[in-house]
Design a protein around this ligand. Structure first.
Ligand code: NAP
Length: 311
């Protein structure tokens, strides 16, 4: 058995890289649980790609475990506190995916406001050729944008929206150095001050329903919510109620509660753009994420400093 165990569904490129390091690959945590005790006992490093909880119980099944290298910057599936208590290091893949996630956030905003899905259907259906005019939609440039969570990705989104001549507002737990962007200590205040609210928070219990019914209410009938963070950061029931009642103008969502099963109420809404959690989903970025994941494992096994540690 190998001292590296890769868990998850990897691309051919990543599989080749992992196998070159001598990794054993299993598809899921369930498959890991089914390995012989002796096989599990050899594992010192796990490459993890998944959203199912990886907690104390799973770590206990791997007694020699020293590192969990997460594929992705969001490591909310891994119980970092339990890892610390068990002497297990956790790493993630920050920075390399910022551009793609920020691009998708902006794309969803443009798609929602310019009704590009409906425009595409208008051309394909022959309605345009048949002389039907396409209704006017909303101007994006020059509006007011709020970023909920001005971290690495949030900042890249703000910079893009600034290039669209937007006034940038943000909420974080503390004020940051910015090129004159407006800070709001209260998330509801932020939502009340902007046309568009883009959520770029970490996921996990501390930010659950951070975008609350009140925040959604403050965004208002013309407001648009974009979420590229995690489904858990938004009160989804409140979001659906507001969209259905026309109390919120629209939404662009890449992440959902209970994904990939998406609440069917979303499907009936014309005002939402829905994406299959593909923020970092380009070949280039996914390859860079895989490399960084493997670099962290290689560093751990060689006793070197971890390139991107979480704990
Ligand atoms: P980051 O640099 O760590 O920024 C995270 C932001 O979350 C910061 O603004 C931080 O606020 C805020 N935050 C953290 N803990 C909080 C708490 N307890 N209460 C309130 N705010 C809190 O992370 P990042 O690299 O930008 O990534 C952000 C998230 O995007 C990831 O965690 C992941 O869930 C998501 N993501 C999604 C995709 C996708 O495919 N859709 C891809 C990559 C990442 P402070 O500034 O106050 O610290």
């Amino acid at each position: 058995m190998s001292e590296i165990l890769a868990i998850g569904s990897y691309t051919e490129t990543d599989l080749a890289g992992l196998r070159e390091m001598g990794a054993r690959v299993v598809a899921s945590l369930d498959e890991m649980r089914g390995l012989e005790e002796a096989e599990r006992g050899d594992v010192r490093a796990v490459a993890y790609k998944g959203h199912h909880p990886f907690g104390a119980e799973e770590m206990a099944l791997l007694p020699a475990l020293g590192v969990i290298a997460n594929y992705g910057v969001g490591h909310d599936a891994i119980d970092v506190e339990a890892a610390g208590a068990a002497g297990v290091r956790v790493t993630n893949t920050p920075e390399v995916l910022n551009d793609d996630v920020a691009d998708l956030a902006v794309a969803m905003l443009l798609m929602q406001q310019r009704r590009m899905l409906q425009g595409d259907a208008h051309v394909r259906s022959g309605a345009w050729a048949g002389g039907e005019s396409f209704p006017l939609n909303r101007k994006v440039s020059g509006r007011r944008a709020g970023i909920m969570g001005l971290g690495r990705i949030g900042r890249d989104i703000a910079e893009r929206l600034a290039a669209f001549k937007m006034e940038i507002h943000y909420h974080s737990r503390s004020e940051k150095e910015t090129p004159g962007w407006r800070y709001h200590a209260d998330p509801v205040d932020l939502a009340g001050a902007v046309d568009y609210l883009v959520v770029a928070l970490v996921g996990g219990p501390e930010t659950e329903n951070y975008v609350s019914r009140e925040v959604i209410g403050a965004l208002g009938t013309q407001g648009v919510l974009i979420n590229i963070s995690r489904g858990s950061t938004v009160d989804e029931a409140a979001l659906l109620d507001a969209l259905e009642a026309g109390r919120l103008g629209g939404a662009g969502l890449d992440v959902f509660e209970g994904e990939p099963k998406v609440n069917p109420r979303f499907r009936a809404l014309e005002t939402v753009v829905l994406q299959p959690h593909q923020g970092s989903g380009t070949r280039e970025t996914r390859a860079a994420m895989g490399r960084l994941q493997r670099d962290n494992i290689a560093a751990f096994l060689a006793g070197r400093a971890l390139p991107t540690p979480v704990n």
